[in-house]
Design a protein around this ligand. Structure first.
Ligand SMILES: Cc1cc2nc3c(=O)[nH]c(=O)nc-3n(C[C@H](O)[C@H](O)[C@H](O)COP(=O)(O)OP(=O)(O)OC[C@H]3O[C@@H](n4cnc5c(N)ncnc54)[C@H](O)[C@@H]3O)c2cc1C
Length: 377
């Protein structure tokens, strides 16, 4: 396999061309900062993975010149409904939010990566592939990356946008504090008859686990559910049983497009920077996919870091972005605990309180703002 030629020096080396690294690269390219972005894969991943793009991320993508293109590939959804089984508890709407994008955009992650990559190329840059970064050593003036091919790249700064098992984080010595969720997560993209229809994202509480059903372009639905034990690749019969138990009489699965089971950790890096090494995206934080915030937080990290490097305000990056990750992890955790409580009294109190609280416009707006990540502007 031929590798794209690699320069020997750069101001900023970005390790990883997922959504975080690409958002950072586009931000630096637009600001005229010298950088090199490498990825170990010969080409970008083409799987669905994160399917939700929140309003704040669309504002950031607008700054990067990619929002309109992505919106054209996705499905805008303005309602978020919460149920306990088939009992409706609360609906949050996004259409009154003070943003040019008063909705959640449902679109597969590969499309988000694709529009960022096209923008990067339009700005005259590209990802260097396939280069696996095998080692990073820093000194006072910069850092040296060594590829598995033996080639080296000298950089003023190195950004680890290399995902959860980040080699840059390992080299930096920065801790990754947190733990793993006990249960596994099932993800499935299906075709189905779904009685709430494609106009809402729905979250269903239940003692067996949390279930999210969200529409995708092309008439598909994305299902995310916490499950104590699940097969590695759940089939449509498994998904149908799960929905029958948790969302009674609402779903008739007609086909399975893709499915996966994985375990999730919730961790935040103890610091986002150690000298010349900086972390962003999944390298800096991982959490439950239930709120659909992992990729969103990563894209916003990439943009914030790009602006910090372009304006010489790197010291503010960790102070700005680490509290956001801590808040996202805490929010996802709280939501999971409230949703899956097995304590009958707590469940009853929750089911009485939520519809009452849902009548308060200020609370509905606060929830919509939190979900849309607009409080992280
Ligand atoms: C099955 C699945 C489902 C998911 N569903 C959701 C969801 O519904 N909602 C949500 O918000 N999030 C979801 N996520 C998480 C979401 O995909 C991540 O939050 C997002 O991809 C993070 O982007 P990133 O760019 O920080 O890291 P990644 O997307 O992990 O990108 C890291 C990149 O770095 C490269 N790399 C790694 N190590 C090296 C190295 N040593 N040298 C060179 N390159 C390297 C990798 O090849 C990769 O391209 C899901 C993830 C998975 C796996």
């Amino acid at each position: 396999m031929t590798c794209t030629p690699l320069p020997t020096r750069t101001d900023v080396a970005i390790v990883g061309a997922g959504p975080t690294g690409l958002a950072l690269a586009v931000t630096l390219a637009a600001a005229g900062i010298d950088f090199v972005i490498v990825d170990r894969l010969a080409e970008g991943a083409n799987t669905s993975r994160a399917a939700v793009v929140h309003a704040r991320t669309l504002e950031v993508l607008d700054e990067l010149g990619t929002a309109a293109d992505l919106i054209g590939r996705g499905l805008a959804v303005t309602r978020f409904a919460v149920r306990d089984g088939s009992r409706h508890l609360l609906t949050v709407t996004f259409d009154k939010l003070p943003t040019p994008y008063p909705y959640t955009l449902m679109v597969p992650q590969c499309e988000t990566e694709s529009v960022l990559l096209e923008r990067l190329r339009a700005l005259g840059h590209d990802v260097h592939r396939p280069y696996l970064v095998a080692g990073v050593v820093q000194d006072q003036d910069g850092a040296t990356l060594t590829m598995s091919t033996g080639q080296t790249l000298r950089a003023g700064y190195v950004v680890g946008a290399d995902g959860m098992h980040s080699a840059v984080r390992e080299s930096s010595g920065i801790g990754f504090t947190g733990s793993a969720y006990a249960e596994s997560f099932v993800l499935a993209d299906v075709t189905m008859d779904w009685s709430p229809g494609p106009g809402e994202v729905s979250l269903t509480f239940g003692p067996a686990g949390l279930t999210v059903v969200a529409p995708l372009p092309g008439g598909h639905y994305r299902i995310v559910a916490t499950v104590d034990e699940a097969p590695a690749t759940p089939d449509s019969a498994f998904v149908q049983r799960l929905l029958d138990e948790r969302t009674p009489a609402q779903a008739g699965v007609t086909g399975l497009v893709w499915s996966s089971r994985f375990r999730v950790q919730h961790r935040v890096a103890d610091h986002y920077r150690a000298g010349r090494l900086i972390l962003a995206g999944d390298a800096a934080h991982v959490h439950s996919p239930a709120g659909g915030q992992g990729m969103n937080t990563g894209i916003q990290d990439g943009y914030a870091l790009g602006r910090a490097l372009a304006t010489g305000q790197l010291d503010g990056y960790e102070a700005q972005r680490r509290p956001v990750a801590q808040r996202v992890v805490a929010f996802a955790d709280r939501m999971t605990r409230i949703a899956t409580t097995r304590n009958r009294a707590v469940r009853r109190a929750r089911n009485v309180a939520l519809p009452l609280l849902g009548r308060l416009p200020t609370l509905r707006t606060r929830l919509a703002t939190e979900l849309a990540e607009l409080n992280y502007r």
